[in-house]
Write a protein that binds this ligand. Structure first.
Ligand SMILES: C[S@@+](CC[C@H](N)C(=O)[O-])C[C@H]1O[C@@H](n2cnc3c(N)ncnc32)[C@H](O)[C@@H]1O
Length: 324
């Protein structure tokens, strides 16, 4: 099918994501981060006449754009504005008990970054906002102007993985109140040097965005809920963009694929664990050079997928043999 050039957000690894996600063409799929609906459209194109998709996003503008984009699939698409950590309730409201697949394309969309009024970009002057949607707990203006220096240091260090966190937090506090992203960017830029300047700016803006939108607080729980809701053979796919996200995905997948956990000094299995997931691709998929040249934001993306196993505690045979 012909794809129009989407202005809102270019879906990263578009074909690979939908190919790896869809195993049951007549199943129910969730796009937990709908954005402009690019990935959702690819998934819907792979589904049969009974296949359905529920799209979730916390951003009203994403909901509007995606609803228009997916109008050709009306009747098979339902769009919900909410944070994805409400997944269990969203599905219960629709009377859905299990799903065939779910996609998370984490972080912000190009539309959110490119729209200066949203305040996500250190390159475009705008109000200090950075809320992905109205459910966010506060704005960047609140964080920058009212958090203590200690809290700012912590956020920049942990969520931005920025080594100069202490120096930058002090500079922010010394220059408050700040009203615009441009003001904040200038303060940060004065305290970083050379080629590191851009990276430092990106890391501090990332840290604030994560704090304001609680991006990591509920991520692991939401991924675990997704795993729990998969039907046997169903898949969860995650596009992640930085180390903190990559590690959260890996932890959930490792927990799901974990076999016997001992105790190792017993000759037979004494735990009641069994794996619930298998990972079909040995390594995460990454965009190739051509995709990165066309869409530089794809460069840090990693796509991981895991599949729900069709086994239960009763049928599972531990590799260590008989259980106690
Ligand atoms: C990278 S974009 C997704 C783009 C989409 N795959 C496409 O093809 O257009 C991420 C989207 O997820 C939304 N989002 C991020 N975290 C969310 C959360 N916790 N709950 C719901 N939506 C979220 C953002 O508002 C944004 O629109």
């Amino acid at each position: 099918m012909h794809h129009k050039a989407p202005a809102y957000h270019v879906p990263i690894l578009g074909s690979a994501v939908s190919k790896h996600l869809v195993t049951d063409p007549n199943g129910t799929y969730i796009d937990a981060t709908l954005g402009g609906g690019g990935h959702a459209e690819r998934v819907l194109e792979r589904l049969g006449e009974f296949g359905k998709l529920i799209g979730i996003d916390r951003d009203p503008s994403a909901i509007e754009v995606a609803t228009n984009r997916l109008s050709a699939f009306a009747g098979r698409v339902c769009v919900v504005r909410a944070p994805f950590w409400n997944l269990r309730r969203i599905l219960a409201d629709q009377g859905i008990a299990s799903i065939a697949g779910i996609l998370f394309d984490l972080g912000v969309s190009s539309h959110q970054i490119d729209n200066a009024d949203r305040g996500f970009s250190f390159q475009r002057d705008g109000p200090l906002d950075m809320r992905m949607g109205p459910d966010a707990k506060c704005t960047a203006r609140d964080v920058v102007n009212s958090y203590s220096q200690q809290d700012l240091t912590r956020i920049i260090k942990i969520y931005g993985e920025e080594r100069a966190a202490t120096r930058i937090a002090r500079a922010i506090c010394d220059n408050r109140p700040l009203a615009r992203t441009g003001d904040l960017a200038r303060v940060i830029a004065r305290h970083s040097w050379g080629p590191q300047k851009r990276k430092t700016l990106a890391r501090v803006f990332q840290a604030l965005r994560i704090e304001i939108n609680d991006e990591l607080t509920h991520l692991e729980d939401a991924l675990q809920t997704a795993v729990d809701l998969l039907q046997p053979g169903g898949r969860v796919g995650v596009l992640s963009y930085h180390g903190l996200e990559h590690r959260a995905v890996k932890r959930v997948f490792e927990r799901g694929t974990r076999d016997c956990i001992g105790p190792v000094d017993l000759p037979v299995c004494a735990c009641d664990r069994h794996p619930v997931l298998t990972v079909p691709t040995r390594r995460p998929l990454r965009p190739d050079a051509a995709e990165i040249a066309q869409n530089p934001r794809a460069r840090s993306a990693a796509f991981r997928v895991a599949q729900r196993l069709d086994i239960s505690a009763q049928t599972w045979v531990c590799h260590r043999g008989t259980r106690l």
